[in-house]
Design a protein around this ligand. Structure first.
Ligand SMILES: [Zn+2]
Length: 150
């Protein structure tokens, strides 16, 4: 079984350190420069599922930028975008967190954030909404908007 892990980026040297999820909350040091790592900000390498119960903790209280993809299983454009968002999660692990919300299961969140159609991507930073991207936006366009966050 592949162990679930996340990436912690060293604030001293910038190295990416892979940490098993079971060790989140423990003390760890950078594999390259031995500096203490901050494991409170867990950046998964793929988009993780978020729902109304976990939204506050995973998105609003996360200490960094978070992209939220509102999607639905019946949406063709969403099926194109999901692997793109997973790719970006891997490329930007340690910098930006990527999450996805199934519209049908979290309609309260959809109405709270005025999501009228899927796919819709909303970017949060420190609990505030900073950007909204509508439709199956090409990857280079998403990257353009994400770079503005870093
Ligand atoms: Zn380091």
């Amino acid at each position: 079984m592949v162990q679930d892990s996340f990436i912690s980026r060293c604030t001293q040297c910038g190295a990416k350190n892979r940490i098993p999820r079971s060790r989140a909350g423990e003390k760890a040091v950078c594999g390259k420069c031995r500096a203490q790592l901050n494991l409170t900000a867990a950046y998964p390498e793929h988009a993780i599922d978020v729902n109304e119960r976990t939204f506050d903790a995973e998105v609003l209280r996360f200490p960094g930028p978070v992209l939220v993809l509102f999607w639905a299983p019946w949406c063709g454009h969403c099926r194109i975008l999901l692997p793109v968002v997973d790719d970006l999660a891997s490329e930007y692990s340690g910098l930006i967190k990527f999450t996805k919300i199934d519209l049908d299961k979290s309609q309260g969140l959809a109405s709270q954030y005025q999501v009228q159609s899927v796919p819709t991507m909303i970017v949060f930073k420190n609990g505030g909404l900073v950007n909204r991207l509508l439709g199956a936006v090409p990857k280079d366009q998403i990257v353009y908007h994400l770079r503005a966050l870093l």
